[in-house]
Design a protein around this ligand. Structure first.
Ligand code: NAD
Length: 399
């Protein structure tokens, strides 16, 4: 984007393009997404490099969760778009006959996509692909906390789209605020609950529809019938992927008192065995590093040492955590796993209901009745049984 151009001008230019009907052509939408796909394929090393620079992501994590995931998403969208856009026939009351009705999907107009830093490429381009496919023009605002990814996105988008169709605007909070005051027709925001609230307030003032993809505390419940070895491994891998900086990562574990100790022992063993020091992303910045350190209290089982210079926070389990601890008052968003205990299911459900609905709940159990009770008792965006994270990485499931 031209740096001197104000948010209002960017929107005005995109609105003129939209109003001229340029994005009506489904062929044009698919062609531009194919261009993005090709550019991404060519930029594979740059994508992995930027994610390494911003977050120290191990290559395999960056490849799977950002690069490959996006390519699959583009393929799905391009392959399904014509079908998704087909007008749907609708019935009529008999006294209107012989009239005919159709429901036709329409674009909103000029869309704003605001992205966070934790999956800075995937969470920027995923919503952007959807918005382009739906026939909107798009302004993308990547997170200022993932600078290398932001610069790469600017280059990639500049190569694949005319700026009146899709533009990247980089910058910090002031830029974000300026954008939120501009006349967008739709806002897709991914980020924290606090900023989400500000976004919703601004959108409400203009009566603009908004999607908020926020965070929360995703519980992981381990029943006494669970396979403890399997549960321990799957919880730890889910937690430590991207150093716990995943919105649907298991935030904390509540284990039945009969298995709590055995579970902690298994997880401690895996923590010791696996190469988390070389194979784990780092904390995004010093502020989050300090915030996470501030959540630590009581006994901990830790692998390695913290290194503030490298922003490496040693992964740890807090085996004696309690509901009143600071770590249970906010989304952890780091490689720190509090473990609590329960013996009464109703009481557990009451506790979990005390938090606002999370994106995911993980239930480890071999007792179907227990799983049903948890699903009926606790509201969450998704539920994954005897595993973590997979439900959110499956394009055949809604997220
Ligand atoms: P954030 O809310 O700090 O930032 C997100 C975006 O908002 C950035 O582009 C930033 O520039 C902008 N922003 C920041 N402060 C602003 C302000 N005062 N006014 C206007 N805009 C502002 O979030 P983050 O720290 O980048 O991301 C972490 C959070 O995102 C976690 O809570 C996580 O759970 C959540 N998240 C949710 C999803 C999901 O799909 N639901 C995915 C990833 C992350």
């Amino acid at each position: 984007m031209n740096e001197a151009m104000a948010a209002g001008e960017v929107v005005a230019r995109q609105r003129a393009f939209f109003d001229a009907g340029e994005t009506r052509s489904v062929g044009m939408r698919i062609e531009s997404l194919r261009r993005l796909e090709r550019a991404l394929r060519e930029a594979r090393e740059e994508v992995l490099g930027a994610l390494g620079e911003d977050l120290g992501k191990p290559g395999i994590e960056a490849f799977l969760a950002e690069y490959q995931f996006l390519l699959e998403e583009i393929r799905l969208v391009c392959g399904s778009l014509e079908r998704w856009l087909k007008p749907r026939r609708a019935g009529s009351p008999f006294y209107f006959l012989p009239c005919r009705n159709r429901v036709v999907p329409e674009p909103h107009g000029v869309a704003l996509v605001m992205a966070p830093w934790n999956y800075p490429i995937q969470l920027s381009l995923g919503p952007l692909v959807a918005a382009v496919a739906a026939g909107n023009t798009v302004v993308l605002k990547p997170s200022e906390l993932a600078g290398a990814s932001g610069r790469l996105l600017e280059r990639l988008i500049g190569k694949c789209f005319a700026p009146e169709h899709v533009a990247v605007v980089t910058g910090g909070v002031e830029v974000a605020e300026e954008l939120l005051d501009a006349a967008f027709d739709f806002i897709f925001f991914t980020g924290s609950t606090e900023v989400g609230r500000l976004v919703a307030e601004k959108a409400a003032r203009r009566l603009v529809p908004v999607v908020l993809e926020l965070g929360g505390k995703c519980p992981c419940v381990v029943d006494r019938t669970a396979d403890i070895g399997t549960s321990a491994g799957r919880i730890l891998i889910g937690k430590l992927f991207n150093a716990g900086q995943t919105c649907f990562a298991p935030d904390f574990v509540v284990a039945h008192e009969e298995v709590r100790e055995a579970l902690v022992k298994e997880m401690a063993c895996l923590l010791e065995k696996l190469p988390w020091e070389e194979e784990m992303a780092r904390i995004v910045n010093a502020r989050h590093f300090g915030r996470l350190r501030g959540l630590l209290a009581g006994r901990e089982i830790r692998k390695g040492e913290d290194d503030e210079g490298r922003l490496h926070l040693a992964p740890r389990i807090l085996p004696d955590a309690d509901w009143g601890d600071a770590v249970m008052k906010e989304e952890v968003f780091g490689p720190v796993l509090p473990v609590l205990g329960f013996s009464d299911v109703e009481e557990l459900i009451g506790r979990l209901r005390g938090y606002s609905s999370p994106l995911a709940m993980y239930v480890f159990s071999r007792d179907e009745g227990f799983v049903e009770t948890m699903m009926a008792g606790v509201r969450s965006g998704s539920v994954c049984v005897n595993d973590t994270m997979k439900q959110a990485c499956n394009l055949d499931l809604p997220f």
